[in-house]
Design a binder for this molecule. Structure first.
Ligand SMILES: *Cc1c(COP(=O)(O)O)cnc(C)c1O
Length: 366
């Protein structure tokens, strides 16, 4: 029984596979936490990871946290003012649920048909006197139309938060995509391209805003007696930072392994039958996901059944369109609903074998 389970587990191909550094390299970094007898509260591993990320990403104002959702909530707490938040229906549920959790109101604006990010042409008609922020997702690491979104936001005096959970390493027009908008957030969850097990970060261009974000993630205080208002616990631990420090040296290999798989799919999938995501011009992409669009939802469901029968588990990222989630009182979002019904993310991770990629493409093209 155990043996046969283990065998079928071996053959199983999931949509992603967490990159694990050698346990020895992780242990040697953890040793420093043991030596310090210090497991959290901005210990040396946290500070070192932050410094390295600053350098790699070219961002001065970064704060790493315990996941990628708390930074969204903190940004909305500081900038949302319980108002209407214009947001995308095509994202992971955390983008919408954070808005409702912070007692703000999500107002959806539909997405562009080829890049699947918030459509700035439909943005202005959604703005009301109660609008305070725009919260858009650079979905699958594909940058939003940041110029037009930022221009409209400035015209109407709105703040811009980008859910950049998928964007580790992405550059747009030569600089980190995290540098656009007022705040960008990233996730370092185990399924994301760079990870700390659980983790995330907040990025901004304003050191005063970073201070507010810092206080907010640390119960509102700075040191035991220095209070700066309401806060929550968004702190990352040394154990998670150690994982980040152990993964970071492998990022070049992770990108190139994923690039290899993406190029294989690009070369072998029959694109008379499927459409792929159009990455915005001037983007240095990170190969974080491989979504394809089927002609119909029925075709997608049939393919999913064939994949699953062969122990291959692509995922319907992102389905349903967030406006259709029961606790969200959604408006109709025809483009997003259509894309969400037909999109499937294919397995993509460092170390995926050519044999496995071949099995996947064979099913798609048959
Ligand atoms: C993963 C993800 C999040 C949440 O990040 P966590 O680290 O899991 O809290 C938010 N938004 C998007 C688009 C995501 O994919």
């Amino acid at each position: 029984m155990v043996t046969s389970n283990a065998q079928s587990e071996d053959q199983r191909i999931n949509v992603t596979k967490t990159f694990l550094p050698s346990i020895d390299s992780y242990a040697s970094i953890l040793q420093r936490a043991w030596d310090n007898v210090w497991l959290t509260n901005r210990g040396e591993l946290i500070l070192e990871l932050e410094e390295k990320l600053k350098e790699i990403l070219g961002m001065d104002n970064i704060l790493i946290m315990n996941n990628g959702t708390i930074p969204i909530q903190i940004a909305l707490k500081l900038l949302g003012n319980h108002g209407e938040i214009i947001t995308t229906p095509f994202s992971y549920v955390a983008t919408s649920s954070a808005i409702i959790w912070e007692n703000c109101k999500p107002v959806f604006v539909d997405i562009e048909g080829d890049g699947w990010t918030l459509d700035p042409q439909k943005l202005e008609e959604a703005i009301t006197p109660n609008t305070t922020c725009i919260l858009a997702t650079h979905v699958f690491g594909n940058p939003c139309d940041v110029e037009n979104i930022d221009r409209i936001a400035q015209k109407h005096n709105l703040k811009v938060i980008y859910d950049a959970a998928h964007c580790f390493g992405v550059k747009y027009k030569g600089k980190s995509v995290f540098s656009y908008g007022d705040v960008s957030t990233c996730s370092f969850h185990a399924t994301k391209i760079f990870h700390t097990g659980e983790g995330g970060a907040s990025f901004c261009n304003d050191s005063e805003l970073r201070k507010k974000i810092y206080y907010s993630h640390n119960f509102g205080h700075n040191g035991p007696l220095d209070f700066h208002g309401l806060g929550i616990n968004g702190k990352i631990s040394e154990l998670q930072a150690a994982m980040g420090l152990a993964v970071l040296p492998h990022m070049k290999d992770i990108y190139s392994e994923r690039k290899r798989a993406v190029e294989f799919y690009n070369a072998h999938i029959d694109f008379n039958r499927y459409t792929r995501l159009k990455i915005r011009d001037n983007t240095e992409w990170n190969y974080s996901y491989y979504p394809i669009l089927f002609k119909t939802e029925t075709a997608l469901l049939d393919a999913q059944e064939m994949f699953n029968a062969k122990s291959i588990f692509p995922r319907r990222y992102f389905y349903p369109s967030l406006n259709a989630i029961p606790y969200i009182n959604g408006q109709a979002m025809p483009v997003s609903e259509d894309i969400a019904s037909r999109v499937l993310c294919l397995p993509l991770y460092a170390g995926i074998a050519e044999k496995e990629l071949n099995r996947i493409v064979h099913i798609l093209n048959q």
